[in-house]
Design a protein around this ligand. Sequence first.
Ligand code: 5GP
Length: 176
Amino acid sequence: MKEQKTEVLFTKEEIQDRVKQMAGEVSGDYRGTVPVLVCVLKGAVVLLSDFMRRLDIDVEIDFMAVSSYGNSTKSSGIVRILKDLEASIENRHVIIVEDIIDTGLTLSYLKEILLSRNPASLKIAALLDKPERRETDIEADYCGFCIPDKFVVGYGLDFNQMYRHLEDIRVLLEFE
Ligand code: 5GP
């Protein structure tokens, strides 16, 4: 595969600091409860892993995999569930853990599905947000960084399944 040019957007240290702050906020807001963190595979696994270890409350975790009918860089808004949650979320406080909100179509669809299962509450924690590209009115309740309309990789985010292992987040300068 051709080596792509990248440019660092957030360093490992910047990401770790921000994840720690987000976890502090969530720990405060959910004190006395045991929320379920719903990790959206695959991109959010790195965030989940760091985020959950920074919490000082008990949590459960569960995973969902969805595929959007689109190509690798554009979402269509129609989402297919590839892997569903293992446990019921009825009457549970649920936090969706997502890597990035772009058009917002994937998350709005996911939110609708999860809300139909009657959780006690449902919030969204996303590391990155590209507000310029939003096509729905969805917003993260806990957001790491707002970023410009660039395609980013690293810290769980891929391009053709590559780059997920990077500890920093980079802009992919040429892709297609
Ligand atoms: P949305 O439905 O909000 O448009 O798309 C969300 C999904 O698109 C994310 O979970 C992610 O998989 C993918 N995505 C959106 N923007 C980027 C990006 O800049 N880089 C990468 N690697 N994936 C992205």
